[in-house]
Design a protein around this ligand. Structure first.
Ligand code: CU
Length: 410
């Protein structure tokens, strides 16, 4: 065991206290960490193109305020907080495309669960319940080119490759390099270290993702449920899924007028393809399809072409884990619910007067202020390279602007 893990154990034990550490112990190799066993558990008016509005008063104090103008002129403003239950939480996210007016995007977003069922059937962890208490103090090297806030949050800027490259016929080619504002924190949960990151791109895209690193849990199983790790074929490290849930409370220029639409394109083995739009008027569970995507649109907010401003959600990189009957929350890839403050986690929800899991938040209510829950699975089959430290494996999704500006605002 590395020194760092011993320190992490001590740190977590200190934070959680003896009662919780004792109940969380999962066997000789499990750490007394924050893992939870499986139990059924107004923005300013105006638009991106409207007459000038005064910049809103700063909604949070300096250490928690992020205001970054990227090299192409795009600006992101948001607030962060370290919540005890959800960990890193981002609030009041506002995007200003170069040369345009600010438009608010998200009222709040955070992780809503990391469900980790092992392939033999047990254990089945719910890793989020007290994530904020597991935040790891970051070293300067952990936050390259950036600034650390309150020790555990990194705010930095990162290149993202070509924003565009266009060859000219009679003129020289033009190209530009893009950048992301990146906000992240790291959390120690059992043997795993989770990197929880949001990238805000200079083209208006938002990429939430989770990286799992640290160490494998060390749980061994039979050949049918794992992969041989170490010399020979004696120890089979158990395969498992990381089913990560995010909660996204969209508020495009305030909560009024936000509508969720699902897009499909019919026409398999035919020359034609046809667009089909489904508007969700009530709370809904949705499944991934190859060409399916969703958007949150506010018809009261228009770009200079008169098109309603929206953000598009793509969730095409999920392994789509489907668990047994007792885990109905794994049976959909996107949930759309009406805002309710006590609906915070996708499973093991801590509020007693609220349902316990996201599948039960969907109960036929009319959508007036939609909240999206995105479920992205990754099936982790261990390999020799995972020992030790385990290379980061990433999973996430992307939200891209659709008709926020009338053309590329570069
Ligand atoms: Cu894993």
């Amino acid at each position: 065991m590395s020194l760092r893990l011993i320190l992490s154990c001590a740190m977590l034990a200190g934070v959680l206290g003896p009662a919780q550490t004792a109940s969380a112990a999962q066997g000789p190799l499990a750490m007394p960490a924050a893992r939870i066993p499986a139990v059924p558990a107004q923005a300013p008016q105006g638009t991106a193109v409207a007459p000038a509005v005064r910049a809103p008063a700063a909604p949070c104090s300096a250490p928690y305020r992020i205001d970054r103008t990227l090299p192409n002129g795009a600006r992101w403003q948001l607030c962060w907080e370290m919540r005890t239950i959800e960990g890193l939480t981002l609030n009041k996210v506002v995007y200003t495309p170069k040369g345009n007016r600010p438009v608010s995007v998200l009222r709040s977003t955070a992780l809503a669960q990391i469900h980790v069922p092992y392939d033999s059937g047990t254990p089945r962890y719910h890793d989020i319940g007290a994530l904020g208490q597991s935040a790891i103090p970051l070293l300067a090297a952990d936050c390259p080119g950036g600034e650390r806030r309150e020790q555990s949050v990194c705010v930095t800027t990162r290149p993202r490759g070509h924003a565009y490259l266009k060859s000219g016929y009679e003129e020289p080619s033009t190209s530009a390099q893009g950048h992301d504002l990146v906000v992240f924190a790291a959390f120690q949960v059992g043997w795993y270290t989770y990197l929880v990151e949001w990238a805000f791109s200079d083209d208006g895209a938002i990429t939430p993702r989770v990286g799992a690193t640290g160490s494998l849990a060390g749980s061994t199983t039979t050949a049918g449920h794992g992969w041989p790790i170490g010399v020979g074929s004696r120890d089979f490290e158990e395969s498992h899924s990381h089913n990560v849930f995010w909660r996204l409370d969209f508020d495009i220029q305030g909560k009024a007028g936000d509508v969720v639409e699902q897009y499909d394109f019919s026409g398999t083995r035919t020359a034609k393809r046809k667009l089909k739009r489904t508007t969700f008027t009530k709370e809904a569970k949705a499944l991934n399809r190859r060409t399916r995507w969703w958007r949150v649109v506010d018809r009261g907010v228009r770009n200079a072409d008169g098109h309603p401003v929206s953000w598009e959600l793509n969730n095409s990189d999920s392994s789509q884990y489907r668990g047994p009957a007792g885990e109905a929350f794994t049976r959909a890839d996107v949930y759309v619910t009406d805002y309710r403050s006590c609906e915070r986690l996708a499973t093991v929800n801590p509020a007693p007067r609220c349902a316990g899991s996201v599948d039960r938040y969907v109960n036929g209510e009319r959508l007036t202020d939609p909240v999206l829950w995105v479920n992205v699975g990754y099936h982790h089959v261990p390999r020799d390279e995972d020992a030790d430290p385990m290379p980061t494996h990433w999973q996430g999704f992307r939200i891209t602007p659709r008709d926020v500006t009338a053309k590329n605002p570069h």
